[in-house]
Ligand binder design. Structure first.
Ligand code: VAH
Length: 314
């Protein structure tokens, strides 16, 4: 079976549904600290309560499931992490250790763990950020992702555990809301465009960030996990990119559908986090090693997001 930890999250919920389409509903066990609100997630296959800080919850599952793969997606994201630094460090790191050790002990064939552009910091070159470069993250979330990458590479090199990872940009989807990130404005803006016709953005208008539509993030994750091991040369975490845009550019894209849509800017504490991250990412290693190629640009994403949100809201 496949275990998805953090299955109620923005990425976890979509990855669970995608994996169930590929491997069959009953072969994908969704797990999180609480039951999902979404019916589709709750009703489409097995769901287990797991707190990654309690290793016993994982071992208890072995009496009923044999896990071949684990997707460990449970974490505290950048903005929430700054409000609770010690807990964010503990959950992100001890949660990762518990999953890596469980995977070793129970001979799990492959482990997936997400990193982020948050591993980069103020000293990192901000344009076309290379795969290997200065990494001086100054958020707890980014520090935990940098340390997590080192540990994933360590478990691969020292113990032969097949751990794979991607440095996601901001992810945007219509099926689940994001939880506590700095890029969440790019999801909120579509909901507000439909609900109120205006959006108060918590980042300034020229804040350019690397972003990706969820279907591309799911494709990259599955392409990486299905690639033959010998093609996966980067065992820390691969840079991954699709597009970069500013709040003003996404508003303009929305105005192609809603000419009267308006946006105002009231930067908050998340502005400093965004200012510490790259504006564009060089993902040539992922393209060379396992054939990565994105599909959606900004307008294609906007068209698809609004189409689905209108359908869901009516
Ligand atoms: C966050 N959505 O904002 C996450 C992601 C690159 C951003 O890591 O924290």
């Amino acid at each position: 079976a496949i275990l998805v930890i953090g299955a109620c999250g923005q990425l976890g919920s979509e990855l669970t549904l995608e994996l169930r389409k590929i491997y069959g509903d009953d072969h994908v066990v969704a797990a999180d600290i609480q039951y999902p609100k979404q019916a589709e997630l709750r009703e489409s296959g097995p769901f287990e309560i797991v707190d990654v800080l309690t290793p016993q919850h994982l071992t208890d599952l072995t009496s009923r499931y044999k896990f071949k793969q684990i997707y460990h997606l449970a974490a505290i994201l950048s903005a929430t992490g700054e409000k609770n630094p010690k807990f964010a460090w503990r959950l992100n790191m001890d949660g990762l250790f518990n999953v890596l050790d469980f995977a070793l002990e129970h001979k799990v064939e492959k482990v997936y763990w997400p990193s982020s552009i948050a591993v980069f910091g103020p000293g990192t070159p901000r344009q076309n950020t290379p795969q290997d470069t200065i990494m001086d993250p100054n958020t707890v979330y980014g520090i935990s992702k940098q340390a997590g990458e080192r540990w994933c590479e360590y478990y691969f090199q020292k113990y032969g555990l097949d751990v794979r990872s991607l440095r996601y940009p901001g992810l945007i989807g219509y099926k689940a809301l994001p939880g506590g990130g700095t890029t969440d404005y790019a999801v909120d803006i579509y909901h507000q465009a439909l609900a109120k016709g205006t959006y108060k953005c918590f980042l300034s208008e020229h804040t350019r960030l690397p972003m990706m539509y969820m279907p591309d993030a799911l494709k990259a994750t599955l392409d990486l996990m299905h690639a033959p091991a010998e093609l996966v040369k980067v065992r820390s975490s691969y840079n991954l990119a699709a597009m970069s845009f500013t709040p003003q550019e996404i508003a303009t894209s929305i105005q192609r559908h809603y000419p009267d849509f308006s946006i105002t800017y009231e930067p908050d504490a998340r502005q400093q986090i965004a200012d510490s991250w790259p504006q564009s990412i060089n993902d040539s290693a992922a393209r060379q090693d396992w054939g990565w190629k994105p599909t959606y640009d900004l307008d294609a994403m906007t068209d698809d997001m609004l189409l689905h949100l209108k359908r869901i809201n009516n």
